[in-house]
Design a protein around this ligand. Structure first.
Ligand SMILES: [Zn+2]
Length: 148
């Protein structure tokens, strides 16, 4: 099993019950504020905005507000336990009132046997990904952006 692709961009990693991780996204420069773009369909969701795959394909890219580095947060063609062959469509900015400076927390759920690979690293074979975004100036308001 391949190691978790975005591991180097995660900080404050916490393991839960041997089957889940939570972490905060962090740029190599130390920045923790991002703009978000994606190739999916954005819906209003029941409780909060949600991004859904388009033609079974979804990429979520974030761009560090401090240094401009782009991080591919999720790519349905290579991430999770069941990556999908799909053509990439072009990314669009996250359509929300506030467009920039999101703080991003992720949660990953695994089947316990897929949590770590043979080298003991967290694996890329997760079952679900939840992306929570908070306006960085007001950490209380949270949107769940993605549930894969
Ligand atoms: Zn940066």
């Amino acid at each position: 099993m391949k190691p978790l692709r975005i591991l180097s961009n995660l900080t404050d990693i916490q393991e839960h019950n041997g089957a889940a991780l939570s972490a905060t996204l962090c740029c190599a420069c130390g920045g923790e504020a991002f703009t978000v773009s994606h190739t999916g369909k954005q819906t209003k969701g029941i409780l909060a905005p949600l991004i859904l795959p388009r033609d079974r394909q979804l990429c979520v890219m974030v761009r560090c507000s401090a240094c401009g580095e782009v991080i591919c947060l999720f790519d349905s063609r290579m991430d999770s336990r069941s990556p999908r062959e799909a053509e990439q469509v072009s990314a669009i900015p996250l359509g929300m009132k506030q467009e920039s400076d999101w703080r991003i927390d992720i949660r990953l759920n695994y089947f316990p046997e897929y949590l770590r690979n043979d080298s003991g690293e967290y694996s890329n074979c997760f079952e679900n990904l939840f992306v929570d975004i908070h306006p960085s100036k007001d950490g209380e308001k949270t949107y769940t952006l993605l549930e894969i």
